[in-house]
Design a protein around this ligand. Structure first.
Ligand SMILES: Nc1nc2c(c(=O)[nH]1)N[C@H]1C(S)=C(S)[C@@H](COP(=O)(O)O)O[C@H]1N2
Ligand SMILES: [Mo]
Length: 309
């Protein structure tokens, strides 16, 4: 196992220390069994570990990360996605890139990810329901993808859509949300180096319940901004509609930055419950921007964050 050389990462645990061994050794089987072929560069050995962005906190186990999920297309219970997401077909996978871009089109996953530099990044991840995890994602910066497709000058926002497959997604027959699941970022948020397109967790390809084959991760925002199983990325001029905001605008704003001072109408956002610590785990105080304040506060300078929640 590679150890860390420098930077903010001070954790000298190896993958094996924090991953149940069977899962750790299973990657090869999962890859062959699942028939999942990503772009050749993606699974190359010697994955670089991002030194500037990873947290030094101990990650949750692969088991925790892949069995306690929110993916309403597969049910609203935390264990539903792990139980039901198996039916999702992820190969082949096409992502439509459209709107204000130089090279719009239907990209195969291999074409979309070709040339991207993949790294492992360990990010704090916090749900608006006030639980949190620490997750070692594998992915690349969304900014690199945006550069590749060429963002035109009129674009101000990036809109994302999840696949909508009634035959494969038992949850979409319930009108919990207005499907397909939709999310959006302001262009400068999308271009921020903390914003990644993730294709795996630990050394595994992305589990389906976590949003295979490709999902967004925005660590300073509540988990629901991190949209899964993306099939469309649109560069647009106007702030795009987002599923949770459409469902309940009073509870879910466009920005959705983690903010201990702005409570969700139905529960406090001041503290969070780390998943995996057992019943004796202490709640933690939630940090502004989920602990990424130094990195991202400048994006919101001059904005009233209780208005723009
Ligand atoms: N398509 C889609 N993406 C989604 C969701 C969803 O229901 N559907 N849930 C969101 C919410 S509320 C959270 S907290 C995170 C959970 O990600 P995880 O299961 O990988 O931890 O996914 C987000 N992305
Ligand atoms: Mo969430």
């Amino acid at each position: 196992m590679e150890k860390i050389m420098a930077g903010r990462w001070k954790n000298d645990l190896t993958r094996a220390d924090v991953t149940p061994k069977s899962l750790f050794l299973n990657r090869r089987q999962i890859m062959t069994g699942g028939g999942m072929m990503l772009g050749a560069g993606l699974l190359a050995p010697g994955l670089a570990r991002a030194q500037g962005y990873s947290t030094d906190e101990t990650p949750n186990s692969f088991g925790e990360i892949s069995t306690y999920n929110n993916y309403y297309e597969f049910g609203t219970g935390k264990s539903d996605p792990a139980e039901n997401a198996d039916t999702l077909t992820i190969d082949p996978w096409t992502v439509k890139v459209d709107g204000l871009v130089d090279t719009p089109g239907d990209y195969s996953l291999a074409d979309l990810t070709d040339g991207m530099t993949e790294e492992e990044r360990i990010y704090r991840f916090r749900c608006v329901e006030a639980w949190s995890m620490v997750i070692p994602w594998r992915g690349f910066e969304l900014a690199d993808l945006l550069d590749k497709v060429g963002v035109q000058s009129g674009a101000k926002y990036v809109a994302f859509e999840t696949a909508l497959r009634p035959d494969e997604m038992p949850g979409v027959r319930f009108p919990v949300l207005d499907w397909p699941y939709r999310e959006g970022l302001r262009l400068d948020e999308a271009r921020h180096p903390l914003t990644i397109m993730a294709t795996g967790i630990y050394d595994e390809p992305m589990p389906k319940q976590n949003g295979a084959p490709i999902r967004l991760v925005v660590p300073w925002k509540y988990g629901f901004k991190s949209i899964k199983s993306i099939v469309r990325i649109s560069l647009v001029e106007e702030m795009p509609p987002t599923s949770w905001n459409m469902a309940n605008p009073r509870e879910y704003g466009f920005y959705s930055n983690v903010n201990p001072q702005v409570d969700h109408p139905r529960w406090s956002q001041a503290t969070e419950r780390p998943i995996g610590g057992g019943i004796f785990a202490k709640r933690k105080e939630t940090q502004m921007f989920n602990g990424y304040e130094q990195d991202v506060a400048s994006l919101y300078e001059g904005m009233d964050l209780s208005e723009n929640f």
